[in-house]
Design a protein around this ligand. Sequence first.
Ligand code: COS
Length: 383
Amino acid sequence: MNFDLSEEQKMIRQTAREFAENEIAPTVIERDKEEKFPTEIIKQLGELGFMGMMVPEEYDGAGMDTVAYALAMMEISKVDASVGVIMSVNNSLVNFGLEKYGSDYIKETYLKPLARGEKLGAFALSEPEAGSDATHQQTYAAKEGDYWVINGIKNWITNGQSADIYLVIAQTDKEKGHRGITAFVVEKGAEGFEHGVKEDKLGIRSSDTCSLTFTNCKVPEKNIIWEVGKGFNFAMNTLNGGRYGIASQAVGIAMGAFEAALRYSKERKAFGTEIFNHQYIQFKLSDMATKVEAAKLLTLQAAAMKDAGKDYIKEASMAKLYSSQVAVENALDAVQIHGGYGYVREYQVERMLRDSKITEIYEGTSEIQRLIIARQLLREYNL
Ligand code: COS
């Protein structure tokens, strides 16, 4: 088994690291405090090719592999998990879904500007009464001539206010259950489509999350992704891809918390010595570093399996389940090691703690990941 990264993967990681340190870090505290969307940073990430990382060059993407994408996500999220989630939704949900299931028209019209980073995407599956139980879609689309008319409400939509292109999942035939669900591309500004106010969140405050309302919103037939009745399978397959994105974001937070704690332990003195010299702190830091490594390996394994064309459903869910748990644990430990300083904004670990929690909730809660893993185990063991 070869754990070495390719020269290109190392270069991408280095570029992401430098960009995060030089361009993202200086404003991270202010943007979190003021809930300011990182418009300029996202534009720059687009110019670097980071908003269309895995999209082939023929569709104006950077044509990189999933491992390189995961490494970049980790470096960006280590410094700012809000920027991480904006990048993740665009790359591993929206671009991935359109590239895999979009028609030539959809790829030409929507995927290309998304991959160039000129437009931003959002993925609208969740509803007020359909979160984990995603088949329970209440948003309804009815066919009228060459159009479909959408009515309903979506919520918890990342990039909800700032996106230009929305992938919207809606029920199109209630009798058929999950096989009567269809996915559509809806453009910002479409008549009858409005977004709600920005949610006042615990963490990832610099990203925008809001509800979407569709009132007799007309969408052309050619904006159907894959085909009528395939919307649920589209959402599930796309979310498998999204999960290593969030796993990478969680690894990034866990890395950031660990590194902040390590550095602080060499600066802070107590009982006449750097606190690093106290064995309890060394044990904590060793556990934190070990957990980062394990979460990183699980996540890169899922990414490498995708690159190799293998089935990675179980591995992506395991990566998300474990990495999100490690993000929360490491952020908590980092706050504790910082003592009172960990509780104030300046030292950043309090933000990491607030940012970490959502990784156990969105793109499938930890409970949903366990359910998916259990179902895959039955399949694997032919039971
Ligand atoms: N990958 C690919 N396909 C999947 C899948 C997965 N992880 N999970 C389910 N499916 C497919 C099934 O194979 C089945 O397809 P067919 O009809 O072609 O056989 C279909 O989806 C329905 O599956 P199932 O009967 O298992 O549906 P359930 O309602 O029992 O459960 C879960 C589906 C719970 C796994 C699904 O609703 C889910 O993932 N919920 C969480 C949604 C989520 O992540 N929300 C976050 C919002 S985006 S931020």
